[in-house]
Design a protein around this ligand. Structure first.
Ligand SMILES: *[C@@H]1O[C@H](CO)[C@@H](O)[C@H](O)[C@H]1NC(C)=O
Ligand SMILES: *[C@@H]1O[C@H](CO)[C@@H](O)[C@H](O)[C@H]1NC(C)=O
Ligand SMILES: *[C@@H]1O[C@H](CO)[C@@H](O)[C@H](O)[C@H]1NC(C)=O
Ligand SMILES: *[C@@H]1O[C@H](CO)[C@@H](O)[C@H](O)[C@H]1NC(C)=O
Ligand SMILES: *[C@@H]1O[C@H](CO)[C@@H](O)[C@H](O)[C@H]1NC(C)=O
Ligand SMILES: *[C@@H]1O[C@H](CO)[C@@H](O)[C@H](O)[C@H]1NC(C)=O
Length: 367
């Protein structure tokens, strides 16, 4: 059989299955809610010493949250059974910018470790790494989720299961994929549909293309997944996202053109920026304390203990004063208590005598 008759149709089928085809609201067709903007740089180093789950302020785990775990070597995404997948999606959008991910791709035939930039009108930029092929990483992109586009290219990598730096640099002028600091692919600007140019969120995760019921997807993924070889783990050490647009709180589509020129933004400090500033202030105090000499730390601890001690002494003095001042009041209170107690006692005695017995209440009578 010829190459054209066998391999090519499978390759075409493969690409068909892979563009993201779902969006909550397509701004090319509808009026959609504004997209929350990042508006700044968000650097995240995953480490179990500082977190045990993805920060929900920044990420939404849309699949497989229980299959994620944090170690001191990063975030681990582990698949061990048919049907599993893991996806984390940013709560924020960027309008041009950079996605830098330091990671180790998962092994396993048909297992795909993926990094995606995706917009509401389905502009898409990808890095996809097939677990069965340690020597290559794929770059790909789509305009408006058009499944007829064929933009995938493969780039040599020295063992994808080791740690590498995959960076997507996306601007109005060009789209560049970098692997370990080398620009491996550059795509120049083209019109909407032919070049991604609308606000994108980030999605990363792991899934089993080798488990697909579509022959083309299995072929693209590198073959059927053999779960007996698992579990398969993708390890993400860090994700750094930079929004090329700054001082911005949201993005919206000004018309149905899908053009970058139609994208509008609202100025201000984004909620993500505020969240980071809050965290960094707390962190700054912690870091400052940690950076102090032991002597200084002891000094501060003594200071805090001193404040507590002053508080305790103060409270004791207060109690003594109150007791003195309260002596007269206490005498009065005791007297009134005695009176009340006497009344209560009298009441009890009358009750015992039956003075308060309820009269005229037989069975079946209403209250
Ligand atoms: C608009 O909506 C129609 C019908 O849902 C769909 O076929 C079409 O692809 C959409 N257009 C774009 C550009 O998404
Ligand atoms: C997270 O994703 C789920 C599933 O897609 C969705 O139902 C939910 O609204 C999202 N939550 C937030 C806060 O975006
Ligand atoms: C994670 O944090 C611990 C404790 O601070 C540190 O020893 C370790 O090197 C960190 N891991 C990475 C990958 O940076
Ligand atoms: C890995 O992928 C490259 C590029 O698609 C291909 O040329 C090569 O044959 C593949 N190697 C294996 C072992 O599948
Ligand atoms: C990752 O690669 C990008 C692009 O070359 C570079 O700017 C960045 O500094 C690299 N990051 C690390 C942590 O080396
Ligand atoms: C951000 O935008 C606000 C509102 O337009 C403006 O007042 C402020 O000066 C801007 N800040 C910066 C740093 O550009």
């Amino acid at each position: 059989m010829s190459f054209l008759r066998t391999v090519l149709p499978i390759a075409l089928l493969a690409s068909n299955a892979l563009a993201q085809t779902f969006t909550d609201c397509n701004p090319l067709n509808s009026t959609c809610p504004d997209d929350p903007a990042l508006g700044t740089t968000y650097p995240e180093v995953f480490n179990s010493s500082s977190q045990t789950e993805l920060d929900v302020g920044f990420w939404n785990t849309t699949a497989g949250g229980s299959l994620m775990s944090f170690t001191d070597g990063g975030l681990e995404l582990t698949l061990s059974e048919k049907g599993q997948s893991i996806t984390a999606q940013s709560q924020f959008y960027i309008m041009f910018g950079t996605l830098e991910v330091i990671m180790e791709a998962a092994p396993g035939t048909g297992i795909i470790s993926s990094l995606v930039l995706l917009s509401d009108d389905l502009d898409e930029i990808d890095v996809e790494i097939m677990g069965g092929n340690a020597s290559f990483a794929e770059s790909n992109w789509y305009g408006w989720g058009d499944q007829n586009q064929r933009n995938a290219l493969y780039h040599p990598v020295d063992n994808v299961h080791n740690q590498h730096n995959y960076t997507i640099e996306w601007s109005q002028q060009q789209l560049i994929w970098h692997i370990d600091g080398n620009a491996v692919r550059t795509v120049p600007y083209a019109k909407p549909h032919e070049y991604p140019q609308s606000p994108c969120f980030i999605r990363f995760g792991i899934w089993a293309g080798g488990d697909s019921n579509q022959e083309g997807t299995v072929a693209w993924a590198g073959g059927k997944t053999d779960w007996s070889q698992g579990p398969f783990t993708m390890k993400v050490q860090s994700v750094k996202v930079t929004d090329a647009t700054t001082n911005v709180t949201s993005y919206s589509y000004g018309d149905n053109s899908g053009s970058y020129q139609s994208i509008k933004s609202d100025p201000g400090e984004s909620k993500f920026e505020k969240l980071m500033n809050k965290v960094s202030k707390t962190q700054a105090v912690v870091n400052h304390f940690n950076s102090l000499s032991t002597g200084a730390k002891i000094g501060i601890a003594c200071g805090i203990a001193g404040v507590l001690l002053v508080g305790i002494i103060g409270f004791a003095v207060f109690c003594i004063k109150q007791r003195r001042a309260g002596k007269r009041e206490k005498a009065l209170a005791d007297q009134s208590w005695n009176e009340q107690a006497a009344e209560l006692d009298a009441y009890r005695q009358r009750m015992a005598r039956g003075d308060f017995a309820i009269q005229h209440m037989g069975h079946g009578e209403k209250y």
